[in-house]
Ligand binder design. Structure first.
Ligand code: ZN
Length: 596
């Protein structure tokens, strides 16, 4: 694309142009304002380069050679130019001396690039430019504004078509639209950005998911706890959440009396902020994580090895500060509820507990029909100093995660530098029905917090030992998970999750009494059911129920009433004819119980 643009506008100055998920972009400084109307012209040049089947050739040079090239205007260009390739010069300035610099040449076009590349342009069968936006050089608002041109490319035309079909389908499934149409949740400016209001129908889905998890937790020996939404700053100083990660938290709450005293003393906002950090002024924090409070429950009395592992679970609501531009429906929010738990275990129990956690996540995904997932093991970056805890403990924790993943034969990738500051972790990445990736459940090992809180238990040898902690959340956040589920199911939830499981549609008023009797019988069995008594034609009633994605529609006319039956219509399968009420109840209940 850059070569094509350079042919059309030789004065173009290119900055950075990385590959991104599902495509690529290139930032360019150019007098001409590129608009989608130019895309045909650029794509035509690109097509010519593809047809010529030009090789991409790697040239390794010294940094001094590359800098010479840039000074001659030769980088990201088709030949020498009267002005230097200024952004490439700046990028080269940031590369330390001594290392070889790689250039790639394709036809007359030469660019600075670490590669790798496909061998020849001819292998790119299908490509398309997808958009243009403005972007500051290096994301810095004081730097020049550049034009960012986006595109995507695939080896085959069929892959490109499938990608755009997926984009169309994801628009239809957008949880923000479906959430509004189906009245599942609200984001309300008056309530505040990024703070989700669960409407009654959305609350049913969340409650069913929580019940499902709670049943599994009971079987796996977890204990349920509840903790408050705010806690002493001192608690979070001890845990390290404050002032670490201060930027991603709401600012602390300070009591009124303390604020008045500080005002009398002439304390400025900057002083207050510093004194909160140092701990010479106290306050409260909206909790960014549930762990410290679960730790305090564990530490409330002496513990013996006999009661380990202690597993404390809570649907705990936490608050994180996100930039308003980053907020997105239910999937990026400022307040969310984690299906959280903390396991306090002896060292020799760690591997077994990790395995059980991973199996729990597996069970959750299987139940929800998500068969395509992989895991990502986030490891520390050995060259960074942001991590707490000793390197020996980190290595032990990382190995334990690898072993658990290997035991379950999960396909996994290891990512350096993706660990939490307190320990390594496993993230589950799901591919939904239309092929998009979502990062969901997480399991993390933690050797750090037990040390910070000086947690101990009495071992079989009579000596004191330090437990190891596991943090885990199969759904991650209820908000994000439900947002993903809405899109995964396209709003058509399986019966066990459907806010309204059955609706009875009387054809005329004459069948209202029978419709109400059927409704009562389903309701008494715990089925979520209503009667549509509106003065509509039956066709309209069916259409509404279908739009609301209700799994079972029970139509009652004169014939059904006299036979004490209903005519069954399902969301998926259409008309199934007359059925007795008892048989129908058994069928719906079996479907709910199996969660299929
Ligand atoms: Zn935690």
């Amino acid at each position: 694309m850059a070569a094509a643009i350079a042919r059309l506008w030789p004065d173009a100055q290119f900055a950075a142009g990385p590959a991104v998920e599902n495509g690529f972009y290139y930032d360019v400084e150019l007098e001409h304002r590129i608009s989608p109307a130019d895309f045909d012209k650029i794509e035509a040049e690109m097509r010519r380069l593809v047809e010529n089947d030009l090789p991409f050739q790697k040239i390794e040079v010294t940094r001094a050679n590359a800098t010479d090239c840039a000074k001659r205007g030769r980088l990201a260009a088709l030949g020498d130019r009267p002005v230097p390739s200024k952004y490439k010069l700046d990028i080269l300035d940031g590369i330390s001396g001594g290392v070889a610099v790689s250039l790639y040449q394709c036809g007359d076009f030469i660019d600075l690039c670490s590669g790798p590349h496909v061998e020849r342009t001819g292998v790119i069968e299908a490509f398309k430019l997808t958009g243009v936006a403005s972007a500051f050089y290096k994301g810095d608002e004081s730097s020049p504004q550049l034009q960012r041109i986006y595109g995507t490319a695939f080896p085959r035309k069929a892959d490109l078509d499938a990608y755009f079909a997926m984009l169309e389908e994801s628009k239809k499934r957008d949880h923000r639209k479906l959430g509004r149409d189906l009245e599942l949740f609200l984001l309300d400016d008056l309530t505040g950005p990024g703070l989700v209001l669960w409407q009654p129908k959305g609350a049913i889905i969340r409650q069913e998911l929580q019940n499902f998890i709670s049943e599994e937790l009971r079987l796996q020996g977890y204990d349920q706890v509840f903790t408050p939404h705010i806690g002493n700053l001192q608690l979070f100083r001890t845990s390290g959440h404050f002032p670490y990660y201060q930027e991603s938290q709401y600012p602390p709450l300070v009591e009124r009396e303390v604020l008045s005293r500080l005002a009398r003393e002439g304390c400025s906002c900057a002083d207050l902020s510093n004194r909160l950090k140092e701990g010479t002024v106290e306050g409260f924090l909206l909790k960014p994580m549930n762990c410290p409070m679960h730790i305090r429950i564990f530490a409330s009395r002496p513990r013996s090895y006999r009661e380990l592992p202690v597993r404390l679970a809570e649907f705990g609501t936490v608050y994180r500060w996100e930039q308003s531009g980053e907020l997105n429906g239910m999937t990026r929010v400022r307040g969310f509820t984690q299906d959280d738990a903390h396991i306090f275990a002896a060292e020799d129990q760690l591997a077994g507990e990790l395995l059980a956690c991973l199996k729990l996540v597996q069970k959750v995904f299987t139940t929800l029909g998500m068969k395509d997932y992989r895991i990502r093991i986030g490891l520390r970056d050995p060259h960074s100093d942001k991590y707490a805890g000793s390197p020996e403990n980190w290595s032990r924790a990382e190995n334990a995660l690898r072993e658990a993943a290997a035991t379950l034969a999960f396909s996994h990738a290891e990512e350096i530098g993706e660990a939490a500051f307190y320990g390594p972790k496993i993230d589950f990445v799901i591919r939904d029905v239309i092929g998009r990736s979502w990062q969901l459940g997480t399991v993390q090992v933690d050797y750090n917090l037990p040390e910070r809180f000086d947690l101990l238990y009495a071992g079989a040898d009579g000596a004191k030992h330090r437990p190891v902690m596991i943090h885990r959340a199969p759904f991650g956040s209820m908000e994000r998970f439900c947002g993903m589920l809405i899109e995964h199911y396209g709003g058509a939830f399986p019966v066990w999750l459907a806010p309204e499981q059955a609706r009875i549609l009387p054809i005329t008023d004459a069948q209202t009494s029978w419709a109400r009797e059927v409704c009562r019988r389903l309701f008494d069995q715990g089925i979520r059911v209503t009667v549509d008594e509106k003065n509509d034609k039956i066709g309209g009633k069916i259409r509404n129920a279908q739009l609301e994605k209700i799994p079972y529609m029970l139509i009652v006319g004169a014939r059904e009433m006299s036979g004490r039956q209903v005519a069954l219509r399902t969301r998926a399968g259409g008309d199934e004819g007359a059925v007795g009420v008892d048989a129908l109840v058994s069928r719906i209940l079996a479907e709910i119980r199996s969660r299929q």
